[in-house]
Design a protein around this ligand. Structure first.
Ligand code: ADP
Length: 161
């Protein structure tokens, strides 16, 4: 059974992430979506909130596990009996960062491969930050995030303004 791990902040999950998950499921038997915290960034949503949004948004797909991890990603991937890390690529701007990370991971453990899934054209400019900014100013997010995320964003930002 080939398991791949898709790590990210998912703060919150967008339809760009969901598209990557669905396409990864066509290649691998199982995808573990692993919520991790970016040490340089304070998340908007708690781990529990991000977990709930991901679970609800993927509830119709089989062979997905939603989890969170802390510590070294490579150790986590091994703990899931996997050798594959999935990452998404949008524009060239993602490339430098992803290239550096993938190479560094390979230096540390050359048994683990990073596989990149190219974004769907529709989601090239979609990321979690832009979605939060739009929600903060009351914009509709039709087609950009799952329904539960739209609701949670509304709750989060309506209470604050
Ligand atoms: P991180 O903070 O680890 O980059 P993100 O949640 O922002 O976490 O992203 C997780 C992964 O999903 C990254 O590889 C990112 O490039 C990818 N990703 C994010 N948005 C999209 C999108 N719209 N299309 C394709 N891949 C995406």
């Amino acid at each position: 059974m080939k398991t791949a791990v898709y790590p990210g902040s998912f703060d919150p999950v967008t339809n760009g992430h969901i598209d990557v998950i669905k396409r990864a499921l066509k290649i691998f038997d199982k995808v573990v979506v692993a919520i991790g915290d970016n040490p340089g960034k304070e998340p908007t949503f708690t781990t529990e909130e991000r977990l709930e949004m991901l679970k609800e948004s993927t509830k119709d797909s089989k062979n997905i596990e939603i989890d969170f991890f802390s510590g070294l990603l490579l150790d986590y991937v091994k703990s899931k009996n996997s050798k594959i890390i999935i990452r998404g690529l949008r524009a060239v701007s993602d490339f430098d960062f992803e290239f550096q990370r993938a190479l560094m991971n390979r230096v540390v453990d050359d048994q683990i491969e990073t596989i990149f899934i190219m974004t769907k054209e529709h989601y090239v400019y979609l990321n979690s930050s832009i979605v939060k900014e739009m929600a903060m100013f009351g914009s509709k997010l039709n087609g950009l995030v799952p329904g539960i995320v739209e609701k949670k964003l509304e709750e989060k930002f309506t209470n604050k303004t």
